[in-house]
Write a protein that binds this ligand. Structure first.
Ligand SMILES: NC(=O)c1ccc[n+]([C@@H]2O[C@H](COP(=O)([O-])OP(=O)(O)OC[C@H]3O[C@@H](n4cnc5c(N)ncnc54)[C@H](OP(=O)(O)O)[C@@H]3O)[C@@H](O)[C@H]2O)c1
Length: 262
């Protein structure tokens, strides 16, 4: 990749930065579609976030920046505007820098998640969905599933109070979906979504027992690495369709490309 004065520049703000892969994925994506856009990770401490964001406002060749742990919530109050979607989710993961330096935040986890599902020919509409986890990504996927018209959404989270709070919030926004929280038997659902990090390490426990699911269940694990988690492996052994986190990530790349051009 040749970065010149004509290149559009993006960043990914994180602390720590050593886990950041989005910059490489964005660079590969933009290079693949022939766009002169270059992205670099930026190590930014939480106490310096405001200073860095204000500096980016002054950088005329910057078109936007990704935001990851631990800045996704704190960034919101530093921006000029956030999309309705980001406001509903309560977190931003991508910011567009307009030509006049204004900064607009969005959350692309939710549409990326749904696009990944649809790329495999599935929709959450009318489905019974079991979601494992209620963290940052889980909040986006739960709202996405309900907004897509799921019949039922069950949220199982290690911290049950947190799972319950998310269920209450989603239910209030989407009354047509029956939303609840607590442990659940996987076989009672059409779509199982893992939003916990369980599966990133080989020694991790399974996020849910799927020994009784049938081949009609779809298992969507949003973990990107490894591309096939233990959960997906076990699901495949039962003949089910599995979707990995790359589908969600790839969809977000296309969404970023559109977002920075608006
Ligand atoms: N594919 C994509 O585009 C994409 C996008 C975003 C995130 N992700 C992936 O999604 C995963 C979660 O990210 P996040 O930002 O949502 O993290 P997060 O905010 O830290 O939330 C993690 C969630 O997993 C639960 N959890 C964590 N460790 C657990 C354990 N040992 N046992 C059971 N539950 C556990 C947490 O439960 P408690 O509430 O009890 O702590 C929480 O609900 C990561 O693997 C991340 O890489 C993928």
């Amino acid at each position: 990749m040749e970065i010149t004065g004509h290149s559009k520049i993006m960043f990914v703000l994180a602390d720590p930065v050593d886990h950041v892969r989005a910059s490489a994925v964005l660079n590969a994506y933009f290079s693949g579609i022939g766009e002169d856009v270059a992205t670099s990770p930026l190590a930014v401490l939480p106490q310096d976030l405001g200073t860095v964001v204000n500096a980016i406002r002054l950088m005329g060749n910057v078109v936007g920046f990704g935001v990851t742990i631990p800045h996704k919530v704190a960034i919101m109050q530093l921006l000029d505007d956030v999309t309705d979607r980001a406001g509903m989710i309560g977190a931003v993961n991508f910011v567009r820098r307009c030509q006049d330096g204004r900064l607009v935040g969005d959350n692309l986890d939710a549409p990326g998640f749904l696009a990944g599902l649809s790329a495999h020919g599935f929709s959450a509409a009318g489905k019974r969905v079991l979601q494992l986890g209620a963290g940052g990504a889980g909040r986006a996927t739960a709202l996405a599933v309900a907004q897509a018209g799921a019949a039922e959404l069950r949220i199982s989270n290690r911290d049950q109070a947190r799972g319950h709070a998310l269920a209450v919030a989603v239910q209030a926004l989407f009354p047509a979906t029956q939303v609840s929280a607590g442990p659940a038997a996987a076989e009672a659902f059409d779509l199982i979504v893992n939003t916990t990090p369980l599966g990133m390490k080989a020694a991790d426990a399974m996020p849910v027992d799927i020994s009784n699911i049938t081949s009609s269940t779809v298992v969507y694990d949003i973990i990107v690495n490894p591309p096939v988690t233990r959960l997906m492996d076990a699901a495949r052994a039962r003949g089910t369709v599995t979707i990995g986190g790359k589908a969600m990530l790839d969809a977000q790349m296309a969404l970023v490309a559109t977002f920075i051009k608006r």
